[in-house]
Write a protein that binds this ligand. Structure first.
Ligand code: F6P
Length: 342
C-alpha cells in the first residue's frame, strides 16, 4: 500500500503531528508513505518525498508543515485536474490523505467522486468545519489569544485606553468567543452577530462610570459593523477559492471608539501569530488521534470519509458531510461570554 499525504490551505499547529501519526502507524502496517509537497500543487507538479521513521522524528512540537502548503485549487483548470489524476497513477499512490479545511477537503471530495481513494483530515484554527466538534489548531490559537489579552490588559489599564484586538475568524467567531471568554474581554464581536458601534461605546462609557477606565474589545476579522453592511477588507483580490483577504476591522473600531467617546484607543492585529509555533498538548493529542484513525480507515478500505471528533470519540463521516456547511459559533457559549461584557 502506497499512501500519499498532503497538507493544504492555511497552515495550523498540529499538521506535523498528523503527518507523524500517519507515518508511524502506516509503517507499523508495512505501508509506504509519500509526502506530497505544497498541497494539491504537489500533485499537479509531481513534487513529492518519501517519508520514513527519520522524517517523522521531532514533529510533535513543530508548527507549520514539513510538506509545505498552498491554496492551489486544481479544479480551476481542466489541465490541472487531469494532471492530478494522471500523477496519482504515475507516482503509484493507492490512496491519498488530504489534511485541510473546507477548500482542501472540498477538492478531496471531488477527486473521490472521480475515483481516487481519499481520506480527509479536518484542520483549521478557525474551528468552522461542521462535521467535527473541534479541529486541531484551534486550541493553540485560543491559547495565543488568551496570553495576548492577559498582556494587553496591563498596558491598556495603565494608560486608561480602549484596545481592540483583531483575531482570525473569517466566517465564524470561534477564536474570538473562546479567546475573549478566556482572556476576559469586555466585548466580543463575531461575524454571526453584526454589531452596532454605539453599543460598544456605551459599554466603554458605562465601565468608566464604575471606575474602570480601560476596555478590551475582541473582534473577529469577519465581524460586521451594521453601518458598513459587510465585512471590512483591505484587499479586494481573491485567492483560488474566491476568498478576499480580510483585515481592518480592529483599526476601524478603534478609530470610531476614539471619535465617539473621546477615549484614547489602539488596535492590535494578532494575525498569523495565531497560526504559528508549537501546538498545545490538546492539539497534539487530537491530531495524533486523527492520524491514527486515518490509517485504520485505510486498513479497513473505508475511503471517501473524513475523521472527526464527536464528543470524546474519534469517528468517521462521509467526506461530503464534513465540508457541507460552515459551523457557526454555538450561541450558548456566546451567551456565557456575554455575561461578562461591560
Ligand atoms: O486558515 C484560515 C485563516 O486563518 C482565516 O481565519 C484567515 O482569514 C486566513 O486563514 C488568512 O490566511 P492567509 O495565510 O492567506 O493570510
Amino acid at each position: 500500500m502506497r499512501i500519499g499525504i498532503l497538507t493544504g490551505g492555511g497552515d495550523c499547529p498540529g499538521l506535523n503531528v498528523v503527518i507523524r501519526a500517519v507515518v508511524r502507524m502506516g509503517i507499523r502496517y508495512g505501508y509506504e508513505i509519500i509526502g506530497i509537497k505544497d498541497g494539491w500543487k504537489g500533485l499537479i507538479e509531481k513534487s513529492y518525498i518519501p517519508l520514513d521513521m527519520d522524517s517523522a522524528a521531532g514533529l510533535l512540537p513543530r508548527g507549520g508543515t514539513i510538506l509545505g502548503t498552498s491554496r492551489t485549487n486544481p479544479f480551476k483548470s481542466e489541465d490541472a485536474k487531469e494532471k492530478v489524476v494522471e500523477n496519482v497513477k504515475e507516482i503509484g499512490l493507492d490512496c491519498i490523505v488530504a489534511v485541510g479545511g473546507d477548500d482542501t477537503l472540498g477538492v478531496a471530495n471531488k477527486f473521490f467522486k472521480l475515483g481516487i481513494k481519499i481520506i480527509g483530515v479536518p484542520k483549521t484554527i478557525d474551528n468552522d468545519l461542521s462535521g467535527t466538534d473541534f479541529t486541531f489548531g484551534f486550541d493553540t490559537a485560543v491559547s495565543i489569544v488568551t496570553e495576548a489579552l492577559d498582556r494587553l490588559h496591563t498596558t491598556t489599564e495603565a494608560h486608561h485606553r480602549a484596545i481592540v484586538v483583531e483575531v482570525m475568524g473569517r466566517h465564524a467567531g470561534w477564536i474570538a468567543t473562546y479567546g475573549g471568554l478566556a482572556g476576559g474581554a469586555d466585548f466580543i464581536l463575531i461575524p454571526e452577530r453584526p454589531f452596532d458601534i454605539e453599543d460598544i461605546c456605551d459599554v466603554i462609557k458605562e465601565r468608566g462610570k464604575r471606575g474602570r477606565y480601560f476596555s478590551i474589545i475582541v473582534a473577529a476579522e469577519g465581524a460586521i459593523p451594521k453601518e458598513a453592511m459587510g465585512v471590512i477588507s483591505k484587499d479586494a483580490k481573491a485567492d483560488a477559492f474566491g476568498h478576499v483577504r480580510l483585515g481592518g476591522i480592529g483599526e476601524y473600531i478603534a478609530e470610531e471608539v476614539e471619535k465617539r467617546t473621546g477615549i484614547e484607543s489602539r488596535h492590535v492585529v494578532l494575525g498569523h501569530l495565531q497560526r504559528g509555533g508549537s501546538p498545545t498538548a490538546y492539539d497534539r493529542i487530537l491530531a495524533t488521534r486523527f492520524g491514527v484513525k486515518t490509517v485504520e480507515l485505510i486498513r479497513e478500505g473505508k475511503f471517501g470519509r473524513m475523521v472527526a471528533l464527536k464528543g470524546n470519540s474519534i469517528v468517521d463521516i462521509p467526506l461530503e458531510e464534513g465540508t457541507k456547511k460552515l459551523k457557526l459559533v454555538n450561541m450558548d457559549i456566546y451567551r456565557i461570554a456575554e455575561v461578562f461584557f461591560g
